[in-house]
Design a protein around this ligand. Structure first.
Ligand code: SAM
Ligand code: SF4
Length: 330
């Protein structure tokens, strides 16, 4: 069967196939790089998209060209009955991959059920194997729960399982090798994500550990073999001799804007064409006013046409009035 026509092409010719859906702005951790220490007001339940609304929008986006959806947040597993949403989205025609990014604190008891319900790709975020350090970065003492979550995910056998780590210079970058060893031991993927600036997240240029630095450090201890980069995939992937893979998300040192295929939906129903581009278009209100599908499609295309060619330099982003990562959805 031929692929449906992708209508989600922006003014720079980029085709969009990947939608990141934030299901909540709440989180049970308080990672310093993701959210300010104070001043965030959680959204009221009525402001959040309902599961039915998320499903409706997913159907619409999928009919326009999206084939991969990632559930994120905030922490997606703090949203009650998330399993039901996974079941609902798994049945959306044309949706080939349903993925989730989680801090894994609540994962252990439901990893198996989530996989059963149709979740295919799972990314787990962890920045340190040291309990005190974990507590410092997340402002919560939850490393044992996260490690239990990782174990259950490995046992459940997700087709794709990745660990996300954000190395911060002088804080946890001495654990890069430990993470690579973990990838090798468990035959999974570890993604090193360059520290990105958001308002009030204490970002400084000299805290970023760049792709080149990380790779050079790893190469002193591991043999890294470059892997083919699937189309639209922003990570640079390397196989580790002995098993496992490592990847690098180079958003700061080598922007991948020219091949960006992502769109975002915030938990309150706003569509964002770029993580670092503040303008949004609210689809929830239109949905609740029973806007016809044609009107919703028009709003989606208008938002897409406003997508910038590339994001501004990091220092400019750090000073800009954008929502924090936790509010947008990572
Ligand atoms: N709560 C879930 C979690 O932590 O996996 C999902 C949401 S979180 C915002 C998604 C991802 O964004 C996490 O892997 C986190 O490490 C990453 N992230 C948050 N703030 C970041 C920053 N300033 N720079 C780089 N990555 C960041
Ligand atoms: Fe929560 Fe994830 Fe942000 Fe940490 S990175 S505060 S776990 S949303």
């Amino acid at each position: 069967m031929s692929e449906p026509v992708n209508l989600l092409v922006d003014s720079f010719g980029r085709k969009h196939t990947y939608l990141r859906v934030s299901v909540t702005d709440r989180c049970n951790l308080r990672c310093q790089y993701c959210m300010p220490a104070a001043g965030l007001n959680w959204k009221e339940k009525a402001e959040l998209l309902t599961f039915e609304e998320i499903e409706k929008l997913t159907r619409l986006f999928t009919a326009m060209g999206i084939c991969k959806v990632r559930l994120t947040g905030g922490e997606p597993l703090v949203r009650k009955n998330l399993l039901r949403l996974v079941e609902m989205l798994s049945a959306v025609p044309g949706l080939k991959t349903l993925a989730m990014t989680t801090n894994a604190t609540l994962l252990a008891p439901q990893a198996e059920a989530l996989k059963h319900a149709g979740l295919k790709h799972l990314n787990i975020s962890l920045d340190s194997f040291d309990r005190r350090r974990f507590q410092e970065i997340t402002r919560m003492d939850a490393l044992p729960e996260v490690m239990a979550g990782i174990e259950s995910a490995i046992a459940a056998g997700f087709p794709v399982l990745k660990l996300n780590m954000v190395p911060i210079a002088g804080f946890n970058d001495d654990e890069i090798l430990d993470f690579a060893h973990f990838a090798q031991k468990h035959k999974i993927n570890v993604r090193f994500i360059e520290f990105m600036p958001f308002k009030d997240n204490q970002w400084q240029a000299d805290k970023v550990v760049t792709f080149a630095e990380m790779k050079a450090r790893l190469e002193k201890h591991f043999h890294l073999e470059a892997m083919d980069q699937p189309q639209g995939e922003v990570a640079r992937d390397y196989a580790l001799r002995g098993g496992g893979t490592v990847s690098f998300i180079t958003s700061m040192s080598e922007s991948f804007c020219q091949s960006c295929n992502r769109l975002r939906l915030t938990s309150d129903g706003s569509m964002k064409s770029c993580l670092f581009f503040p303008p949004e278009i609210n689809l929830r209100d239109a949905l609740r006013q029973n806007a016809p599908e044609e009107a919703l499609r028009g709003m989606i295309l208008a938002c897409l046409q406003g997508k910038p060619e590339a994001h501004p330099p990091a220092e400019e982003i750090a000073a800009a009035e954008n929502r924090s990562m936790i509010e947008i959805g990572g």
